[in-house]
Design a protein around this ligand. Structure first.
Ligand code: GRF
Length: 195
């Protein structure tokens, strides 16, 4: 099964997925990495592994439709079956959500449906969890629909929030959880009956 990852940053989730596919001999291959930042860690990792690394950003296009078109063309050219958002910080064009409905996953560093939605990313999520006095947090892998962080949940896992946690210490514990959760979610996705 041919996968694309979408990244904007260091790509630690991308790396975790890449290594899990190898270590667990999953019936999938990451053949494409798309990023809105050409020099980010994820794109460096893709190049290092000989994975097609394509820089696509709205800023390169005059019309939003052209950006969506270029993204869809790139996915078609690479015969992509599933798209995994992994630290991707831009909205997915509606045309793409429609064309790949049920085929796009995202990982969110909190226990959705709580602490999701626009603006809930990076340390903002963990600040909100701590401010709310939560005893547990965690990560969620969900299908992507038109709204941020609102699609059906595929797999979720929780971690404790410690009384002396800072947003940074909680972020680190959640990120470690993500690196185990995303490969488990991919395994579950690949085992689902083909629609
Ligand atoms: C992290 O905040 C992670 O929780 C979220 O995206 C950000 C970067 O992840 N999923 P990565 O290291 O680029 O995978």
């Amino acid at each position: 099964r041919r996968l694309a990852v979408f990244c904007s940053g260091g790509g630690s989730n991308f790396r975790a997925l890449f290594h899990a596919i190898e270590e667990r001999s999953l019936p999938a291959e990451i053949v494409l990495c798309i990023s809105n930042r050409s020099a980010c860690g994820a794109m460096e990792f893709a190049r290092e592994k000989g994975i097609e690394a394509v820089h696509l950003s709205e800023k390169q296009f005059n019309e939003p439709g052209d950006f969506a078109g270029a993204m869809l063309d790139t996915l078609e050219e690479h015969h992509i079956e599933f798209i995994l958002l992994a630290g991707y910080m831009r909205k997915i064009p509606a045309e793409m959500v429609k064309r790949y409905s049920g085929k796009i996953l995202n990982i969110h560093p909190a226990l959705l449906p709580k602490f999701g939605g626009e603006g809930m990313y990076g340390t903002h999520v963990h600040e909100a969890v701590i401010a709310a006095g939560e005893s547990r947090s965690g990560a969620t892998v969900h299908f992507v629909d038109e709204e941020y962080d609102r699609g059906a949940i595929l797999l979720q896992r929780s971690v404790p929030v410690e009384t002396d946690d800072t947003p940074q210490s909680l972020a680190a514990r959640v990120l470690e959880c993500e690196h185990r959760l995303y490969p488990d979610a991919l395994e579950k996705l690949l085992a689902l009956p083909c629609p």
